[in-house]
Design a protein around this ligand. Structure first.
Ligand SMILES: [Fe+2]
Length: 197
């Protein structure tokens, strides 16, 4: 029996610096949709006819394909909403690691911004267990381009739904606002949870 995934409450309660509460609320509805779908998909996987598995088309094939999309959609958005709502002032453990691995906060931000302007889905500041370093990895969809063996610390959503309401096509303006709202204490908590150093 698949464990039911539950919506994690939104911690944001008002406009952010450059990102409206209305846009956040609309965005949160999409996250709730992924929660609904991951539960639905997993329930269906339990009863679907697995004998009919086929790579061109089969019900189980489609369910498995969309399971990773929905599961990543849930996880990436949970981090995204949880790390916003701060004052953007970088300090603490992860900021130190960024300095170590990117040379400076400015270098990291420039890399993340360029990746954010190039990606079609996400940019993820990840701790890679292979080289024990931080990388900005980009993903063209929730489940396209993720690197295995990595721990996401900061997830930047660059799907149009994340910024069109506030910024139209000005994605760069949205990315600048994203940095201004980062909650570095929360980011450090994620790193601590995973014993990253
Ligand atoms: Fe999103």
């Amino acid at each position: 029996m698949a464990k039911e995934i539950i919506v994690k409450p939104l911690g944001i309660t008002a406009d952010l610096n450059g990102i409206t509460f209305k846009a956040v609320l609309e965005h949160f509805k999409l996250y709730e949709g992924y929660i609904k779908k991951i539960n639905e998909i997993r329930t269906k996987i339990e009863t679907v006819d697995k004998q009919l598995a086929n790579a061109t088309y089969s019900e189980i094939g489609e369910l498995k394909r969309q399971e990773s999309f929905a599961a990543d959609g849930v996880k990436l958005h949970e981090i995204y909403f949880s790390i916003l709502g701060g004052n953007g002032e970088s300090s603490g453990k992860v900021a130190q690691l960024i300095n170590r691995d990117f040379g400076s906060l400015e270098n990291w931000m420039a890399d993340m911004t360029a990746a954010g302007l190039s990606a079609r889905g996400w940019v993820i500041l990840s701790y890679d267990l292979a080289d024990k370093s931080l990388h900005n990895y980009s993903a063209d969809a929730h489940n396209v381009g993720l690197v295995v063996g990595t721990i996401p610390l900061i997830t930047l959503d660059v799907y149009e739904h994340a910024y069109f309401m506030d910024y139209g096509v000005n994605r760069k303006g949205y990315i600048e606002a994203f940095f201004k709202n980062l909650n570095w204490k929360k980011i450090d908590e994620i790193a601590e949870e995973h014993k990253i150093q």
